[in-house]
Design a protein around this ligand. Sequence first.
Ligand SMILES: *[C@@H]1O[C@H](CO)[C@@H](O)[C@H](O)[C@H]1NC(C)=O
Ligand SMILES: *[C@@H]1O[C@H](CO)[C@@H](O)[C@H](O)[C@H]1NC(C)=O
Ligand SMILES: *[C@@H]1O[C@H](CO)[C@@H](O)[C@H](O)[C@H]1NC(C)=O
Length: 321
Amino acid sequence: MKGRDIVAVLGLMLVVAVVVNVAEGDPDTVTKVKMVKGKKMCDKGWECKGWSIYCCNDTITDYFQTYQFENLFSKRNSPVAHAVGFWDYKSFITAASLFEHLGFGTTGLKTMKMKEIAAFLAHVGSKTSCGYGVATGGPFAWGLCFNREMSPSQSYCDDSYKYTYPCAPGAEYYGRGALPIYWNYNYGAAGEALKEDLLNHPEYIEQNATLAFEAAIWRWMTPIKKSQPSAHDAFVGNWKPTKNDTLSKRGPGFGTTMNILYGDFLCGKGDVDSMNNIISHYLYYLDLMGVGREEAGPHEVLSCAEQVAFNPATSPSTASS
Ligand SMILES: *[C@@H]1O[C@H](CO)[C@@H](O)[C@H](O)[C@H]1NC(C)=O
Ligand SMILES: *[C@@H]1O[C@H](CO)[C@@H](O)[C@H](O)[C@H]1NC(C)=O
Ligand SMILES: *[C@@H]1O[C@H](CO)[C@@H](O)[C@H](O)[C@H]1NC(C)=O
């Protein structure tokens, strides 16, 4: 009897919680609609604002909720993790809200939207993982275990950028964040875009999870060079490959996002482990999110094993990295 009473009370509390949640969410999620030159544009309040075609349908909180984030990053607060208490769902959603009107997680039908979030988070998870083959929960349960490089071997100051992104005295530009940023010029460019003084305060990224996610989503949404697609454009299919791209085996899809973000550190080397690890995170997340790995497409689309890098590391602009 006692047990049943407790269950009933818990049930009541749940109902109350849900009602309150809806009531709170209501004013924010009213979608305002207008037509501009025959196009339907919407504004959905805090999460997707600014009159965009991307704010008319589901936004990220409609299909990706706290429990899914917790499932994907289930080991991040375990005692052996290195950023316990740092990362959370709210910081991801707050950061994402700056980019949803541009199409981040809001392009195409629901499956495409969910696939993009899985793809982006797969890059994040594999780059911040402390999982190994023998880890409990499996090797892919350990994303967001780090928020910074633990034993930097240098301060990543490239003096050839001294006129554009001069290193601040004493600042260390080692890897930090959700898609770790290295080097003064990368902190400088991200800081310019996010209107934060990251060149003088690179430490902000390891102190603020929202900012760490913002910098990562900015990287995903922004081409490395103007003539090239962003990882977002390559993934959702906004980008049309040129003949040169086709000859270089680059087409729309997950494989090309790795090419954009990591070039020939990862791509054009055959089926290497470092590449397969990111792909495996993506497939694992698709399963956990309920999309299913069969939606990922064939291996050619997932892989960049045969692709020529957009930006070979031997070119002058990245020679130092
Ligand atoms: C929103 O959904 C409608 C109906 O499913 C679809 O026709 C439209 O293309 C979608 N808009 C965007 C931006 O995906
Ligand atoms: C973290 O960064 C975000 C984005 O710049 C900012 O809005 C927020 O106030 C920061 N939080 C703290 C605790 O400084
Ligand atoms: C074609 O691709 C190669 C190798 O990626 C590159 O060096 C060359 O500049 C590209 N040509 C054009 C016209 O983009």
